[in-house]
Design a protein around this ligand. Structure first.
Ligand code: DGL
Length: 259
């Protein structure tokens, strides 16, 4: 049993969607959240740069006492988690685009995957995709510009709507019935996507699965917080606190500035 916090990081506010699921499933666990927004987006960076940021975030979280690290970013997971697992003692939880559930659920045998360039070009993504989508039509689309708009506070802008329309059109032409959101930032797009997509298309995300995986790994390692004392949550960003606060209006909390 451990009362130490769960550490979570992302290139920005995207991982808050994972934080929400973890907090809902494990309400007695304390958390630390790092938004590395000053260095966003990760998706257009090379593997070395993504690895460097992942190491810095991990060490910050470990320095603050994290008992486990959740890499709440598909781009960082697909590029850096193998290194992190090899080089640090604590358990790591990663997130990858939910290709498997999409492959099992599709009836039209066509799925769409919206993710960053860094994720779509990674060896780990390629491996998973090969394993589950052999007999399927897969429309992969880089979400160029989406993370930048979200981190600039322009989630509901006309530019965002136009970008999404452009990215979704080839998927609709291919008759997809499942759309995988392969970047944690894209969770915020749900309300816009629901207006653009026909009703029969299912949006698939990995958040709940990641929360369950976190609970299971904590339990296996005897790290669950079984005390009933109230949990503490700390949020940090090296980007705009205002943008982050706007994206997490569901939680009244202070956001601390990180250098
Ligand atoms: N939230 C991210 C992901 O899940 C990072 C995107 C980015 O910074 O480009 O991939």
């Amino acid at each position: 049993m451990s009362t130490k916090p769960i550490g979570i990081f992302d290139s920005g506010a995207g991982g808050l969607s994972i934080w929400k699921e973890i907090n809902a499933l494990l309400p007695s666990e304390s958390t630390l959240y790092i938004s590395d927004a000053k260095y966003a987006p990760y998706g257009t960076k090379g593997k070395e740069a993504i690895l460097k940021r992942s190491i810095i975030n991990t060490e910050l979280l470990l320095g603050m006492g994290a008992k486990i690290v959740v890499v709440a970013c598909n781009t960082a997971t697909t590029n850096a988690i193998a290194y992190l697992r090899k080089n640090y003692q604590v358990p790591f939880i990663g997130i990858e685009p939910a290709i498997k559930p999409a492959a099992f659920n599709t009836k039209t045998n066509a799925i769409g995957i919206l993710a960053t360039k860094g994720t779509l070009s990674s060896a780990l993504f390629h491996e998973t995709s090969q394993r589950y989508t052999k007999d399927l039509k897969v429309v992969e689309q880089e979400g160029i510009g989406i993370v930048e708009l979200i981190e600039a506070g322009a989630l509901n802008s006309m530019e965002m709507k136009q970008l999404l329309q452009k990215y979704i059109t080839p998927m609709l032409d291919a008759n997809i019935d499942c759309l995988v959101l392969g970047c944690t930032h894209y969770h915020f797009l749900n309300p816009i996507l629901k207006k653009i997509l026909p009703e029969e298309i299912t949006i698939i995300e990995s958040g709940l699965a990641i929360a369950r995986q976190t609970a299971s790994v904590l339990q296996k390692n005897n790290l669950l917080n079984t005390k009933t004392s109230s949990a503490e949550h700390s949020f940090f960003t090296n980007g705009s606190r205002e943008v982050m606060a706007n994206l997490m209006r569901w939680k009244k909390t202070s956001i601390q500035k990180l250098d």
